[in-house]
Design a protein around this ligand. Structure first.
Ligand code: ZN
Ligand code: ZN
Length: 282
C-alpha cells in the first residue's frame, strides 16, 4: 500500500474519533481510496489520451486539456469503476444503489450521459440536476454524485501526473482546473510565503493561484474578498467573494507540520460548506 494511501487512512481513523458525525462518510471515503488505488494500478493509457501537439496551445489559451462534455471518449473503464463504487453503498444499505447499478447494466441509464450531466451541472450550479428523481432520497444522490466524480478520477489523475509540471511551468492562472475544467471546492496554503493552491477533486490536480483573487469571477478587490474561520478550527478557513457570492474552503496545515490530504479534508469540513451556504455563499 503506498504511503500516501496509508497516511490518508490513518487520518480518516483519527477524524472518525474527533468528528464522529462524519464517521460513515469517512468510512465510505476510505473504501473509495482503496478501490481507487486498485484501479490506478490496473489503468492503461486509454481513456483520455491527448494529442500531444495541442497541449501547449491549450494551456496557453486557458483551455483545459480534456473537454469531458464535448469530447468523445471510451468510458468503459470509468463505468466499470463506477459500478464497483455503487457496491460500496449497496453493501452498507442494501437497496440504496443496486437499482441504479442494474439500470446501468441493462442499458436503461447511459453512464456517459450521467457523466456529461455531472459536468454540465458543475458548470451551471444554478440548474438542478434532474437525473432520476424517482423515490431516492437526497443523500443517495449525493453519494451517486460523489461516485460519478470519482469514476473518472484514476484516468484523469493520470493526465495530471503526466502534464502537471508543464502546466505549473506555464503558470496557469485560471480559477478552473487546467486538466479537466472543473472548479475547485477546496485548496490549501503552503510554504513559508503562504502560497495558495487550489485543488481539483475531479482529477486531483493542484495549482498555484493568486491569494487575493476570486477563482470564480476573477475579482481582485480587497474590499469585497473576505474569509471566515470557526473558533477552535483556525487551520481551516473559508475564502468568500462578495461580488459573485461564491466560496472556497482553505486548509492551512503549516503549523501542524503535516501534509493535508484534500480528499479527506473536503469530507471532514462539510460543516464549513453548510456554514458558507447559510451565509449566502454558493
Ligand atoms: Zn481537474
Ligand atoms: Zn467572485
Amino acid at each position: 500500500m503506498p504511503q500516501k494511501l496509508r497516511d490518508a487512512l490513518k487520518t480518516i481513523e483519527e477524524y472518525k474519533k474527533t468528528a464522529p458525525h462524519y464517521e460513515e462518510l469517512l468510512d465510505i471515503l476510505g473504501e473509495i481510496l482503496i478501490l481507487r488505488e486498485k484501479h490506478l494500478q490496473q489503468l492503461d493509457e486509454g481513456t483520455f489520451s491527448l494529442d500531444e501537439r495541442l497541449v501547449e496551445s491549450k494551456i496557453e489559451g486557458g483551455f483545459p486539456l480534456v473537454d469531458v462534455i464535448g469530447g468523445s471518449f471510451d468510458l468503459s473503464r470509468p463505468k466499470e469503476y463506477f459500478l464497483e463504487l455503487l457496491e460500496i453503498a449497496e453493501q452498507r444499505v442494501p437497496g440504496e444503489t443496486g437499482d441504479v447499478a442494474q439500470r446501468i447494466r441493462d442499458g436503461e441509464i447511459e453512464f456517459e450521459e450521467l457523466i456529461r450531466r455531472s459536468f454540465a451541472s458543475a458548470l451551471d450550479e444554478g440548474e438542478e440536476d434532474e437525473s432520476g428523481e424517482e423515490g431516492a432520497d437526497s443523500e443517495t444522490f449525493d453519494l451517486i454524485d460523489l461516485f460519478l466524480e470519482e469514476s473518472l478520477r484514476p484516468s484523469l489523475s493520470r493526465l495530471a501526473a503526466r502534464y502537471g509540471s508543464r502546466i505549473a511551468e506555464a503558470e496557469w492562472s485560471e480559477g478552473y482546473c487546467p486538466i479537466c475544467g472543473k472548479e475547485p471546492k477546496i485548496g490549501e496554503i503552503r510554504q513559508e510565503e503562504g502560497f495558495r493552491y487550489l485543488f481539483c477533486s475531479q482529477c486531483g490536480y493542484e495549482w498555484n493561484f493568486r491569494r487575493i483573487k476570486c477563482p470564480f469571477c476573477g475579482n481582485e478587490e480587497h474590499d469585497s474578498l473576505a474569509y471566515f474561520t470557526v473558533e477552535g478550527e483556525e487551520r481551516y478557513r473559508v475564502d468568500v467573494c462578495n461580488v459573485c457570492k461564491r466560496y472556497i474552503k482553505m486548509v492551512d496545515f503549516r503549523e501542524l507540520n503535516k501534509e493535508a490530504n484534500l480528499d479527506v479534508e473536503d469530507i471532514a469540513t462539510l460543516h464549513l460548506d453548510i456554514l458558507a451556504n447559510e451565509e449566502g455563499y454558493e
